[in-house]
Design a protein around this ligand. Structure first.
Ligand code: NAP
Length: 495
């Protein structure tokens, strides 16, 4: 078989793929490639560009620790600034030249004889590589709901991940399905221009006020000249977010959910202060505990529903017809455009995002479903030699994706460093170490919000289809980074 041969193939050119590439370069690897199905880098921050897009983790925290950005215009920066940051980092660390865009990976299979991964591309090519790193993100496969009659609709249908920048909502009759973090940002923007906007809500979301800050030119110059000033702000925002995850999620049982009750009250106060109509307020009120489903920040979302041309429909959708939507209560709304803010198919399509076949023909997706979702230290699985899966069960530290990435980079450093030192060709996590980690995660989650709060009606993607909350790694960033630098090397078979 003739195929291009690499030391490493990274799938995904978002922040995880960029981070993995930087780590490889730090360790002296140059013969690697980053593949991405899109035609540019940035992952979610390239794909998403709907109006109102911004991050709701402070940008001082939402960035690589080793690469602070003095140029953020505000605390909660807009999508295009974050995309710019991805571009700047990729250029500064010289990883862009390793990227191949518009390249869809179909799957990867471990070749035991050659001790290589064979990576199959949609165009029929096969690449060979010693290491396979999937950096496909948690929210990369758009979910399109299966609504009866949706194919009969004559108007425009747009998913928020495929926003058409030339689309002008002015004067349009628009329906939007979904009230997740994306919809919370988009709805106020659409309402500014649309002639009529109907929001189809299935599960209300907790929204709390957003305390945003503008960084003046003077502040930016200070951050650039005296980086410690920005570091101090980061220490504050890191600590706040770390504390929120600790008391509100990881140690929920210990705190008796007090933080969550206070946060739910804050959201209630915001609704009370902005919406006079009692019935409307009740419809927008979640009936699950704060944190079961990802909450969000906005100062304009609730207020938007006061506008006379904005309607909330929470009775469910019966079907679509050529010119509109019929709700379960029989009400028909005629619309020109249907916006699907329906999120992502996390568990079915994303775990894993490509077919991965390891040793003895073990199929990763099937194995996860036949047994339990699991990954040692959120990165590796038994019978998958030389494979690091960055979007794995028990990987995500909650709220800030960059912290997750940074401990994974450290794990790479320790593991691949040992490989180099021993002149080894393969690593594989042992069954015993994997089971030990899974048992520990299961035990730690016993104290978490997910197993102690009332999440029954939340329909939260934090839970897998079996009802287990296997997304979160329930520990502090400090602990995860420490473990990534100290895990016993005997947890891997290194040959
Ligand atoms: P999401 O949170 O999964 O929300 C999808 C919405 O679509 C939900 O309201 C869901 O209702 C609804 N939906 C899906 N299928 C439906 C159907 N068949 N009928 C009716 N409603 C349906 O997705 P998202 O809003 O795109 O956000 C995903 C994640 O991206 C967020 O949780 C966050 O992590 C990230 N994000 C972050 C930011 C930020 O930093 N500011 C912004 C946007 C997104 P149910 O709840 O009933 O399922």
């Amino acid at each position: 078989m003739t195929s291009e041969r690499f030391d490493a193939v990274i799938v995904g050119a978002g922040f995880a793929g960029i981070g993995a590439a930087i780590q490889l370069k730090r360790m002296g690897y140059e013969n690697f490639v980053i593949l991405d199905r899109e035609d540019d880098l940035g992952g979610t921050w390239y794909v998403n560009h709907y109006p109102g897009l911004a991050v709701d983790v402070p940008t001082t925290t939402y960035s690589y620790f080793f690469e602070p950005n003095p140029n953020w215009s505000r605390l909660f920066a807009t999508g295009n600034e974050i995309k710019q940051y991805a571009d700047d980092v990729a250029d500064k660390y010289d990883v862009r030249r390793h990227m191949r865009f518009s390249t869809t990976v179909e799957g990867a299979r471990w070749d035991e004889d050659a001790r290589l991964w064979r990576v199959g591309l949609a165009d029929g090519q096969t690449l060979s590589t010693q290491y396979l790193i999937t950096a496909t993100g948690f929210l990369s496969q758009p979910h399109v709901p299966d609504i009866p009659g949706i194919t009969e609709f004559d108007g425009r249908i747009v998913h928020t991940t495929a926003w058409d920048d030339s689309y002008d909502p002015a004067g349009e009759r628009i329906a939007i399905i979904g009230t997740g973090a994306t919809a919370v940002q988009l709805i106020p923007e659409l309402a500014k221009k649309a002639a009529d906007l109907t929001v189809y809500q299935r599960t209300p979301i907790f929204v709390v006020p957003k305390f945003d800050l503008h960084f003046s030119e003077r502040a930016k110059r200070l951050f650039a000249r005296v980086p410690v000033t920005q570091r101090i702000i980061r220490a504050v925002t890191d600590s706040i977010y770390e504390w929120v995850v600790s008391v509100g999620v990881v140690h929920y049982w210990r705190t008796r959910g007090r933080f969550n009750i206070a946060a739910a009250d804050l959201s209630k106060t915001l609704r009370w202060a902005t919406i006079r109509d009692k019935q409307l307020r009740a419809k927008l009120t979640p009936d699950y505990d704060f944190g079961c489903k990802r909450p969000t920040f906005s100062n304009s979302y609730y207020r938007t529903f006061n506008k006379p041309h904005v309607h909330l429909q929470d009775g469910g959708i019966a079907r679509m017809e050529a010119d509109g939507i019929v709700a379960n209560d029989g009400t028909k709304t005629v619309v020109d455009t249907l916006v699907l803010a329906t999120g992502f198919d996390l568990w079915e399509a994303n775990f894993p995002a490509i077919e991965v076949i390891g040793r003895n023909g073990r199929n990763l997706g099937k194995w996860w479903r036949d047994t339990r979702f699991q990954a040692y230290q959120g990165v590796s699985m038994p019978l998958f030699p030389n494979y690091l899966s960055l979007a794995s069960p028990y990987a995500f530290l909650g709220l800030n994706f960059f912290n997750t990435m940074e401990y994974q980079m450290r794990h790479m450093e320790r593991l691949l460093g040992e490989m180099k030192q021993r002149g080894a060709t393969t690593f594989e996590v042992t069954e015993e170490a994997n089971t030990r980690y899974l048992d520990r995660m299961t035990e730690l989650l016993g104290e978490s919000l997910f197993l102690n709060a009332d999440c029954a009606s939340a329909r939260s993607y934090y839970f897998n289809p079996s009802g287990e909350p296997t997304l979160l790694r329930p520990m502090s960033t400090r602990k995860a980074i420490k473990e990534a630098g100290e895990f016993p090397l005997t947890d891997y078979q290194i040959n």
